[in-house]
Write a protein that binds this ligand. Structure first.
Ligand code: ADP
Length: 266
């Protein structure tokens, strides 16, 4: 990336003195560029369902007299687009919160096991409805971590939700908790469509949707993994991905364990 330098010649008012001031603006320009790009993305994402709602509503107006069945069909489309808008706004709020870092989180000693069990309870019916097996591996005790309960639940929900969404019927989603020195690791593994290596970084970018999944019309927001990444980093954790297209994916989130010395006190 080229270094952007701002050069100012300042007249100090005391002729013939001029001051030369140099400022590296690389970072501030980058932030400004990201902000502009984000707003452009948000406008686009909001405009699409709004345009659809407007179109459907106009069609309903025309159809309501002569063709009540068609009107009902378009009303359902309106409801579905409203749900999409609602989800977008909710996820954008979650992302904004995640991006503002640890300041918005309440870090305390919480049980990763209990949080993951909560997420599994939420997704069990979804897995059954999609003819998938959701397999919780036997979890090791409480797996105490220093984390924000809500944020960690969002991470688990997003990963399990994605694993279910991107795994065809008959497949399996395996959720486990592993110990790794001073970290507890949540692993969500699926036998789904997988992610090409060239997209491993990009899937964590906001609004990025996999190339093939846009075609398949899965209708996601592209925010889920960006939220996972920012919430994990805000909690001093790391997220990683292994995947083989056509075979499946495994997302791992490592979060700081409560030190064993402290465990006796909490
Ligand atoms: P989306 O709302 O599109 O699911 P995410 O940020 O959660 O947004 O994911 C970004 C992209 O990463 C998805 O569009 C999809 O292509 C890919 N992806 C995420 N999770 C999985 C998974 N478990 N298996 C395959 N692809 C996935």
């Amino acid at each position: 990336r080229p270094l952007r330098v701002r050069v100012d010649l300042i007249d100090t008012g005391e002729e013939p003195n001029l001051q030369l001031s140099l400022r590296d603006e690389t970072e501030s320009r980058r932030v400004e560029e990201m902000r502009r790009e984000f707003i452009a993305n948000v406008s686009h994402e909001l405009k699409t369902p709004l345009a659809a709602i407007k179109g459907y509503a106009e069609t309903v107006e025309l159809a309501v007299q002569d063709d009540p069945d068609a009107a009902l069909h378009f009303m359902k489309q309106i409801t579905s687009q409203c749900l999409r808008l609602e989800r977008l706004v909710h996820e954008m709020m979650q992302l904004a919160r995640a991006q503002s870092g640890p300041a918005n989180l309440h870090l305390s000693s919480v049980s990763l096991t209990e949080i993951v069990e909560d997420a599994i309870r939420t997704y069990e019916p979804v897995a059954i409805a999609n003819d998938l097996e959701l397999v919780p591996e036997v979890f090791p005790g409480k797996a105490k971590i220093i984390a924000d309960r809500e944020a960690t639940l969002t991470i688990a929900n997003n990963l399990i939700g994605n694993a279910i969404r991107y795994t065809p019927a008959g497949g399996e989603v395996r959720v486990s908790i592993e110990e790794d020195s001073d970290r507890w690791v949540l692993a969500v593994e699926d036998t789904g469509v997988g992610i090409p290596y060239s997209e491993h970084q990009r899937v964590f970018e906001r609004f990025y949707r996999g190339s093939r999944n846009e075609e398949s019309g899965k209708g996601g927001t592209g925010l889920g993994l960006a939220i996972v990444k920012h919430l994990t980093q805000a909690q001093d954790g790391e997220v990683s991905l292994e995947s083989v297209p056509g075979q499946g994916s495994c997302f791992r989130v490592r979060l700081p364990a409560v030190a064993s010395a402290e465990l006796n006190r909490v």
